[in-house]
Design a protein around this ligand. Structure first.
Ligand SMILES: Nc1nc2c(c(=O)[nH]1)N[C@H]1C(S)=C(S)[C@@H](COP(=O)(O)OP(=O)(O)OC[C@H]3O[C@@H](n4cnc5c(=O)[nH]c(N)nc54)[C@H](O)[C@@H]3O)O[C@H]1N2
Ligand SMILES: Nc1nc2c(c(=O)[nH]1)N[C@H]1C(S)=C(S)[C@@H](COP(=O)(O)OP(=O)(O)OC[C@H]3O[C@@H](n4cnc5c(=O)[nH]c(N)nc54)[C@H](O)[C@@H]3O)O[C@H]1N2
Ligand SMILES: [Mo]
Length: 774
């Protein structure tokens, strides 16, 4: 056993910067995937997980929501999926004396990397209001304490029930049920900070906020436009689908301010040619756009398409589709024809010829897929941008036909499923009508807090209990320094978790850690071993079965925690068989079937098939579940984002060795960064104009009208070919710079990728595992 948890936190003292990579995935990926140090702790366990990941009888990879092509193949994994399961499944537990040795105050000074590598939490822990240490507590006492505290509140809306897309469908369904049985819809989730704009932009257009493509459509597309996404790091298996596009003669265009390696060239590690050869060229056109310019770009392409139709009437647009299925075309056309071409060039930073080239590609394609992720959803105009993507697709009938469609690529492995299960602060009447019947109770329908509003309510002292089902709200939320101050207003924070993170050390007055089984571990209940289910980004639902023995005897499943809490808190609300559902998860699925459309014969089908696709009207039959049954073109005005002279627009993004707030290691290989995180990527021309240079230390100030500047100090400048006027730091540290008030219009998502910053020469290099923020 060679791995020992780190005693010291990291500093950036050994930071290494090398030129960025020009291709992604291949042999190095396989080597890194094995995460040698952690994997050696128990090679048999590591081998077992690597062979059951994403397999019919195994577990669904907990890393991302990308779809699986065909579960009959022996191995479907990627480097970052492997890191994720090795990180979770190593039999390393936090020893009891750890919490005696380290006060909560001291732990609050540690990085996510250091906290996470201490190992799995092995037993419930409690920090009392007058104590600065976590101490062991029994499960019964812990759950009594939560139930008693919740019962003592004047109003159920003084509690918040936060979720992350880490949890699977069955616990997600029960979590929503528990919060609502208790009396609140305060169900914020990570989706509020992630793909909220996708739903808000897509639903008015086609009646549903999910991907309209099948996995196989990638191999049938003429053109795939990948917008605002770094698949080589965040969805590596998606590169296989894009490879299918290319191999079958389609083209791929990448729209991004950064030349991400995987968008340029890909070597598939699971094909011999990928391992030994040069791989495959990916983007046929790389559109290096200015941050936040995508709405203008899409409008400009649409205008070019409409102009082509004027030149060649009846032969450019898909009139059959528009006349049969769509509404509001005329208003949309008039709006687009009036857009200002100069403004497009200024906002996108592109040459007219680049836009023309992309428009030509779209015009010449009979089947186009547009995919997107956070580079589109975390901006002021995010909802409008997605509405424009839908408009563009509708023009040529690219919905509900092979090789075409809108493909939002979801983040967390089950974030889409959690929404389907009812994790949303604004569920509608259709859901409640069925929920009320299924459980013989009238549940409250008033909307609750989303993530931003939840955190604001915490800051304002309105919240007494924050119950987090997985996730790391303190790190994930914008304005992290403000959150760190506000959280002390809460009486009790409860975290259902596998490992330690920042939300466990920036706590309310009292705090509970409730340790649960990971997805790799088996879940034994009174009626035998249980499985749960997940939904991937193309709406495929499949079972996930843990295979490893739990790392500790004192872990419960997510479902057990919820069932046992509910039996204390809401035993007499409606007719809810909490104990029965815990003993046999089929009973949870029966209720899911009763409440949520598309889950007919849920248990039956899981027993017979490897999984099933949820129905999707627009994809399956061009049936649009909008009020009038039509797909709608939408008109959106640009909400101008002003960047004052001498300022840059900053995005916060993921390094290659992290999963959101989880740090497997401290590198970002494709971008040439090793052993550190406190770097800011800046275009060389901007550096020259600002009088700064590569390698120097800067302080980063974020400006918001009427508020003192937020600051991150001691960042190392990396001269990098990002778009001029744009810069980038890593998330979650960058959240210190994102003002809570800075949100997307129409969906309240923090603008994590669009923050105005000023750089000043710094004198104070960071030498701790946490950035200096004051
Ligand atoms: N290994 C790993 N896998 C993950 C995650 C992880 O942290 N690690 N996180 C998961 C989650 S929850 C999510 S939501 C996804 C995130 O997946 P991504 O969206 O790929 O995540 P980011 O690293 O934030 O990268 C955003 C990309 O958008 C680009 N971008 C930024 N601003 C703009 C813009 O204005 N326009 C355009 N066109 N592009 C822009 C950036 O340059 C970058 O390439 O990945 C999921 N999968
Ligand atoms: N500035 C900035 N902020 C952002 C983003 C950004 O790009 N920039 N991205 C946003 C996005 S896309 C997202 S999705 C959010 C992420 O927000 P969250 O989902 O809240 O954060 P994660 O870091 O994914 O949460 C990881 C934690 O989940 C818990 N966990 C892991 N596995 C399990 C399990 O099996 N069961 C249970 N019960 N718990 C488990 C562990 O405690 C782990 O530390 O952050 C958002 N915030
Ligand atoms: Mo996400």
């Amino acid at each position: 056993m060679t791995f020992k948890p780190p005693v010291e936190d990291f500093t950036d003292a050994d930071l290494k910067v090398t030129p960025r990579a020009t291709w992604a995935v291949g042999l190095p990926a396989i080597e890194h995937a094995m995460l040698p140090a952690l994997g050696e702790l128990d090679p048999a366990r590591t081998a077992k997980v690597s062979f059951s990941i994403n397999h019919k009888s195994g577990f669904d990879c907990p890393s991302c929501a990308w779809a699986n092509p065909d579960r009959s193949k022996p191995l479907e994994f990627c480097e970052n999926g492997m890191k994720s399961v090795v990180w979770e499944s190593t039999p390393l537990v936090v020893p009891r004396d750890f919490f005696e040795a380290h006060s909560v105050t001291e732990l609050a000074g540690r990085s996510e990397w250091w906290l996470g590598l201490q190992g799995r939490i092995a037993e419930p822990m409690y920090k009392a209001p007058d104590d600065d240490h976590y101490r062991p507590i029994s499960w019964d006492d812990a759950l009594d304490l939560v139930a008693d505290k919740l019962k003592s509140l004047d109003d159920p809306n003084e509690a918040i029930f936060y979720t992350s897309g880490r949890i699977t469908n069955e616990p997600a369904f029960l979590f929503g049920l528990l919060a609502r049985a208790y009396g609140t819809n305060n169900l914020p989730d990570c989706s509020n900070m992630c793909h909220e704009a996708t739903g808000s932009g897509m639903v008015p257009a086609i009646g549903i906020g999910k991907s309209t493509v099948h996995y196989d459509d990638f191999g049938k597309a003429d053109l795939v436009i990948v917008m605002g996404q770094n698949p080589g790091t965040n969805h590596p298996r998606m590169l296989n689908a894009l490879q299918d596009t290319k191999v079958n003669g389609g083209t791929m265009v990448a729209v991004n301010p950064l030349p991400e390696a995987s968008l340029l060239r890909y070597k598939n590690p699971q094909k011999p040619a990928g391992v030994i050869g040069d791989g495959i060229a990916m983007a046929d056109q790389f559109v290096q756009i200015h941050i936040g310019g995508d709405m203008h770009l899409i409008q400009a392409i649409a205008k070019r398409v409409l102009l082509a139709e004027e030149t060649d009437p009846g032969n450019v647009l898909d009139w059959d589709f528009i006349n049969t299925y769509c509404a509001d075309f005329d208003e949309y056309r008039d709006h687009i024809m009036a857009i200002d071409d100069d403004e497009v060039l200024a906002a996108t930073g592109l040459a007219a010829e680049e836009i023309e080239e992309l428009a030509e590609r779209y015009l010449n394609s009979d089947a186009t897929i547009v995919t997107w992720c956070l580079g589109i959803t975390q901006h002021r105009n995010a909802v409008a941008t997605i509405a424009e993507i839908m408009n563009l697709l509708l023009l040529k009938g690219n919905i509900g036909k092979p090789g075409a469609g809108a493909s939002p690529v979801r983040g967390h492995s089950n974030v889409q499923g959690d929404r389907t299960m009812g994790i949303w602060e604004q569920m509608g009447d259709a859901y409640f009508d069925k929920l009320d019947v299924a459980f013989a109770h009238t549940f409250p329908r008033a909307h609750g807090y989303d993530s931003v509003n939840a955190m604001n309510a915490i800051d304002d002292g309105k919240i007494k209990v924050l119950f987090s089902m997985a996730g790391n709200l303190m790190a994930a939320m914008s304005d992290s320094n403000r959150s760190a101050e506000g959280i002390g207003n809460v009486d009790l924070t409860v975290s259902v978790t596998t490992k330690l993170n920042r939300s466990h050390v920036l706590t309310g007055k009292a705090s509970l850690l409730l340790p649960v089984l990971g997805r790799t571990e088996y879940d034994e209940q009174a009626t035998g071993r249980q499985h749960t289910t997940v939904e991937d980004t193309v709406c495929f639902v499949n079972a996930t079965h843990g295979e490893l023995p739990p790392v500790s005897d004192d872990l419960l499943s997510d479902v057990s925690v919820l069932s046992r809490l509910a039996q204390r808190l809401v035993p007499d609300v409606g007719e809810i068989d909490w104990a029965g559902m815990e003993a046999d998860y089929d009973k949870i699925r029966d209720k899911i079937e009763a409440v949520i459309p598309g889950f007919d014969d849920f248990n039956e089908r899981l027993r017979k098939e490897k999984g099933f696709l949820l129905p999707h009207g627009p994809r399956d039959s061009r049936t649009f579940p909008t009020a009038d049954g039509k797909a709608h073109f939408a008109v959106h005005e640009v909400d101008h984002f002003h960047v004052p002279e001498g300022r840059l627009v900053l995005q916060t993004m993921r390094a290659h060795d992290q999963h959101n707030s989880t740090m497997y290691a401290l590198g970002d290989r494709y971008r040439g960064i090793a052993n550190g995180r406190f770097v800011i990527f800046v275009n060389p021309e901007d550096l020259a104009e600002l009088g700064l240079s590569d390698g120097q230390t800067v302080d980063i100030f974020s400006e918001w009208p009427g508020q003192p500047d937020r600051v991150l100090r001691g960042y190392r400048v990396v001269s990098y070919d990002t778009k001029k006027g744009c810069c980038a730091v890593y998330f979650p540290e960058g959240n210190a710079l994102v003002p809570r008030e800075s949100v997307a219009v129409g969906c309240n998502t923090p603008t994590s990728k669009q923050v105005v910053v000023r750089l000043e020469a710094g004198t104070d290099p960071v030498q701790t595992g946490l950035p200096v923020t004051h």
